[in-house]
Design a protein around this ligand. Structure first.
Ligand SMILES: Nc1ncnc2c1ncn2[C@@H]1O[C@H](COP(=O)(O)OP(=O)(O)O)[C@@H](O)[C@H]1O
Ligand SMILES: [Mg+2]
Length: 226
């Protein structure tokens, strides 16, 4: 479970301070399929980065399974991220010189998993996301939707507790975006992974079991749909 408690994040931009999040509080249960919705600049990326331990908050606290993130040292945070969190980005963020297989297997090699198991798990997850037979292709020989499938496989292969996806369909056409959402939802059901994704796209929001609306750094609404 994730507990965001009165979290603020301020960015200094020259003389002015941008209050990107203003005392935001939010509880997220294990296995949720939740969307952070809101217009550009509302604080979605900031919130995801704080939950993902990529960025540091200015005020408040975030607890993940009761553990306060501000109490973690730098190394502890890195290990925590590698073990428990998966990330999916709008621009896929794959390593261009690595094949689909290598982009995914890489994550497991960092976790010191033995080679035969890496091989088995990587082939299995690539098959699950629909990339069987494309394991040896580099990202630039795959479509945007296929690249995002690699990113989903990469996020899932280590069996993280939580996957954070920042506008995962923003660079995709609506049909491909919908396929990606369906895949994420299937994976959420199958692995009980918590998915938190941001979007400003209505179609994407419609897939969420819960919609948290951000506006100017405040939570406006919290809609449960299931
Ligand atoms: N590194 C930064 N420096 C200064 N301002 C920032 C920075 N990152 C985000 N902001 C500002 O914080 C606010 C929230 O941004 P962001 O979390 O990226 O929103 P969203 O993801 O919803 O578009 C915006 O006003 C944005 O301009
Ligand atoms: Mg953003």
């Amino acid at each position: 479970m994730i507990s965001v408690e009165k979290v603020s994040r301020n960015y200094k931009a020259g003389e002015t301070v941008v209050k990107a999040l203003k005392q935001v509080s939010l509880q997220i249960n294990d296995g949720e399929f939740l969307s952070i919705a809101g217009p550009s600049g509302s604080g979605k990326t900031t919130l995801l980065n704080l939950i993902g331990c990529i960025d540091a908050l200015d005020e408040g606290e975030i607890y993940i399974d009761g553990k306060p993130v501000t109490a973690m040292g730098k190394n502890e945070k890195t290990i925590f991220r590698r073990t428990n969190l998966g990330f999916i980005f709008q621009t896929y963020n794959l390593i261009p010189v690595l094949s689909a297989y290598e982009n995914v297997a890489f994550v497991l090699s960092i976790l010191n998993i033995a080679e035969p198991e890496i091989k088995e798990r990587t082939y299995a997850i690539l098959k699950e996301v629909g990339l069987e037979g494309m394991e040896n292709r580099r990202p630039n020989r795959l479509s945007g939707g296929q690249q995002q499938r690699i990113a989903i496989a990469r996020a899932l292969v280590k069996h993280p507790q939580i996957i954070l996806a920042d506008e995962p369909t923003a660079n995709l056409d609506s049909k491909t975006g919908e396929d990606i959402l369906k895949l994420m939802k299937d994976m959420n059901k199958k692995y009980k992974t918590t998915f938190i994704f941001s979007t400003h796209d209505q179609m994407v929001m419609d897939y969420a079991d819960r919609l948290v609306w951000l506006h100017d750094g405040n939570i406006l609404r919290d809609e449960r749909r299931k």
